[in-house]
Design a protein around this ligand. Structure first.
Ligand SMILES: NC(=O)c1ccc[n+]([C@@H]2O[C@H](COP(=O)([O-])OP(=O)(O)OC[C@H]3O[C@@H](n4cnc5c(N)ncnc54)[C@H](OP(=O)(O)O)[C@@H]3O)[C@@H](O)[C@H]2O)c1
Length: 280
């Protein structure tokens, strides 16, 4: 597995397993165990996914040393801005994951109120200092959310996890994050299946044929070539392996550019500025 370093020097596997909508219990347990057998060493979850227990069980039963697995979780959005609730819910995540630290802890969605984000970020800084989180970051933060956060943050976020795929290439946001030394993770790389339809599929199929790869693999390889951490989700053993093998495909810059050009500014997830679940 290839690793990229975050701004604090922590090594993070460039490819991981997304677990959104994988149910707790045998579904997530079997998926994570299969993924670990294939070679995945990076699991992305969240308090909100309600599957941390099954993930913890699978990691425990895999017998792979804890320090070899990179775990990302995201704070409860309902606890935002309230240190007591943040403490309680984060401890719940740790207990379910059966670990006393996570590798990466992130704010799941920005609040529309910058004060709430600032308090929540201070909580993250505390977890970083007491080593319950080896790295800290944010998710779904637009440039303006980050600029507000910088007014009070003592430690800069090390990562921003955002919706990013051929329909939403985030080239502009990535340039800004690079300047701020903040890494970027893509979520929703397959656009909830829309990459397999017009207007994306024609170009992607052409490129896939050139590398003797699948369309999903080409998208993962596109992200990796752009230095973006990729966390595709699959519960299917064959697709888990297919996605994992995408790390060995080296896309030429001209093909990266062709996929960048497919950008339509198209979101398949919620717009962070109009997110109804984020607190005000
Ligand atoms: N921070 C946030 O707010 C946020 C939001 C959304 C997601 N995420 C994270 O990002 C991860 C990835 O995003 P995602 O789950 O939305 O979507 P995704 O990875 O783009 O796509 C998952 C869907 O594509 C299918 N699939 C997977 N590999 C495939 C392949 N090789 N060929 C064809 N179909 C394939 C899966 O079905 P099967 O399972 O049946 O294979 C599933 O239906 C999430 O799991 C989560 O960890 C974060």
């Amino acid at each position: 597995m290839k690793y990229n370093k975050l701004s604090n020097g922590l090594k993070m596997p460039v490819l991981g397993l997304g677990t959104f909508l994988i149910e707790d219990g045998s579904s997530v347990y079997d998926t994570v165990l299969n993924a670990l057998k294939i070679g995945y060493r990076h699991i992305d979850t969240a308090y909100m996914y309600r599957n941390e227990k099954g993930i913890g069980d699978a990691i425990r039963d895999s017998k792979i040393p804890r320090e070899e697995i990179f775990i990302t979780t995201k704070l409860s959005t309902q606890a935002m801005g309230n240190k007591e609730l943040l403490e309680q819910s984060f401890q719940e995540s740790l207990d379910k994951l059966q670990t006393n630290y996570v590798d990466l802890l992130i704010i799941h969605w920005p609040s529309h109120n910058e004060k709430i984000n600032a308090i929540t970020w201070e909580f993250l800084e505390e977890q970083y200092k007491n080593k319950k989180a080896l790295a800290i970051g944010v998710s779904n933060f637009q440039r303006h959310h980050l600029e507000d956060l910088f007014k009070t943050a003592k430690i800069k976020p090390m990562i921003n996890q955002v919706e990013l795929h051929p329909g939403l290439s985030q080239v502009y946001l990535q340039k800004y994050l690079e300047k701020e030394n903040i890494a970027i993770t893509s979520y929703g790389p397959l656009m909830k299946g829309m990459v397999f339809e017009a207007p994306y599929i024609e170009t992607l199929t052409e490129i896939a044929a050139k590398y003797n790869a699948s369309v999903a693999q080409i998208i993962i390889a596109w992200g990796l070539k752009r230095n973006i951490f990729m966390i595709p989700k699959s519960v299917n053993e064959k697709r888990l392996l297919e996605n994992f093998n995408a790390k060995d495909i080296k896309l030429e810059n001209k093909d990266v550019e062709r996929i960048n050009q497919l950008n339509k500014g198209k979101r398949v997830y919620t717009d962070p500025d109009n997110n109804p679940i984020a607190p005000y």
